[in-house]
Design a protein around this ligand. Sequence first.
Ligand SMILES: [Zn+2]
Ligand SMILES: [Zn+2]
Length: 714
Amino acid sequence: MHTAADGPDPGAPLTASFSLSIAVEGVPLAPLTYTSPDALHRGDWVVVPLGRAERLGLVVDAAAQPRSDAKPIIAASPMAPLIEADLALLEFAARYTHHSVGQAIAAAVSPVLREPERHRERRTPKGRQQPAWVIAAAEADAEAVSSTDSTPDAEGDRLSSALPAPTADQQRALQEIRHHWPQPVHLWGITGSGKTRVYQALLAEILAQNPQAQVLVLVPEIGLTPQLARRLAEAFPYEPMAVLHSGLPEVARARATLAAMQGRARIVLGTRLATLTPMPHLAAIVMDEEHDASYKQQEGLKYHARDLALWRARQRGVPLLMGSATPSLEAWALIDEGRLARVDLHQRATGQPLPEIRLIDMRSAPAQQGVATAALAQLDATLAAGQQALVFLNRRGWAPVLGCEACGWFDGCGQCSVGRVLHRGASGQWRCACHHCGAESAPPRRCPDCGATDLQPMGRGLQQVETDLAARWPHIRSIRLDRDAMKSSKALAQALDDIRDGRVQLVFATQMVAKGHDFPGLQTVLVLNADTQLANPEFRAPEQLFSLLLQVAGRAGRHGGSAIAPTVTIQTRQPEHPIFQTLLQATPKAHERLLRSMLDERRMAGLPPHRHIAAVRISHANEARAQQMADDLCAILRATIESRGMAGLQVLQPMRRHPERVAGKLRLQILLESDRRAPLHEALAWLGRAELWAEWTEGRRMEISMEVDPLTLT
Ligand SMILES: [Zn+2]
Ligand SMILES: [Zn+2]
């Protein structure tokens, strides 16, 4: 904001006002025009009126066409302006996902920082003037950072020398990565190969080169932040680090965002939302567990962090390092196109062998309560030797559904076309819960169809497995890790600590632990019922199953030093399936062959990453109206494509999603497919015009949304 000293030309008339184009936070519209008495610039933050409310806004054009109905802004914010590159990132994210820049701001800036009153000076009850919160919070943090008593003596001492030297294999990988940079690199490191050590070494070089440099480190899940934060703090004990994810208290998240935006945090560690966090001195991006589906945002601005990270790194001309033990098929395709360099790390850092993989054919193996006798013996031996074991079942709750054996009825959600999952509460009470709409109630006492009173749980969930097995070893401390048992990130962090420090011996888990955790004492992994995923018709299901099993298997025997040889046992009724046979071979070459054959299948089937897909989704409580809208939209789209000559773009017939009803609404979708991205985006941009949107949705309770590169097609 201009003060009297550097204000506009004193000769200018006093009534002069500047016309600004402003993206208003959260508003799904093109930027709006406002006026300002002072000259502001692209990237400046402001507080603007919107209806009767106030909102945070971002100046995107300082020379907008004046409009007679334009309102004046309320105030200019003292928050540091966005640099051009960060503003361009928000504009790219909005364009790519077909949302507004205002919606991209909502995704990039934490909720507290979007509150308009935080950007204005306040008066205390005694009438004293206080600075805006965004300034006060930043000043408090700056003091905290500089008052550390263990300030390093010289710049060279800022990086820790206490870390183990990289292994020969890691050294070679480092050399190769440096050789490729600034081209983006994918580091394919098997589980336990020490990818984090490679990240530390490269980040150390970048932070040492430039005292202002900031680095962005991404992880797919909140649960992975404590472990990586600790590893980064070990390597860079004096570097200010900001941790960013949606599980933080709001004010803490706002402070971390401010520290990143003002360049005070040199290391920004976060989940996918940090991909959009403004960082004026961004010098490198690391994206760990690149293959993980959690990098795709499923609500609001539906971006994929991988796409944004690639764009951001290229636009800034900074290195990007992705890492994974199971590169995604998207990454393979980028490697084949030459857009991503590939570096392999195929030895475990500790020199330990990969665990032995065993398949148990459940069609013939003797079993008790769904667990093969041979697997029970393996667990027995592990626990008797004082080692840890992990029992993995990717299905939470007690049983998938409650059913009637007499007539075949099963308990479904009244609002969604799915069965309700049977859960057992902490004090033993039963409840049936819908995992789609969240509705739950006590289980029915009798079958509503035939009146039978002996309703039975069908199938087994992790809760039941835990109860059965924990009873078998009553003196062993066990823990269950799933979304029901780990409701807060604090509880999860505590549980992970307990496992790492050996305070629990037997771990029951869903995929929550499959990702990147390092448990030194874990020797035995048992995977129950991997076959359900084989029956999943989604096109990504085989890739995800393979990656999940490899990740889970990779938790075993990472550090050696045990009398028990690390073992991974998988129970299946389809042991001949290529996924299981490849796991048995346990070599990176075999893994690559399988992934490449999956990639070929996708190519032949015309699926991503070879073909690009977008979904237009419609939902409405009234089935006939939803169907009518879907048919109309499909016809409009097809006619538009014809008249505009958008070659190579296909619009598929509207179809019902799975489950077709959620929370009482019928869900339909129209898929658009193309070999090239341009016509796909052109069609969506045309469809997304605000005036059409308003006309279609207004007063009809119709929900319409668009998604580019959806994770699922059903
Ligand atoms: Zn019945
Ligand atoms: Zn439901």
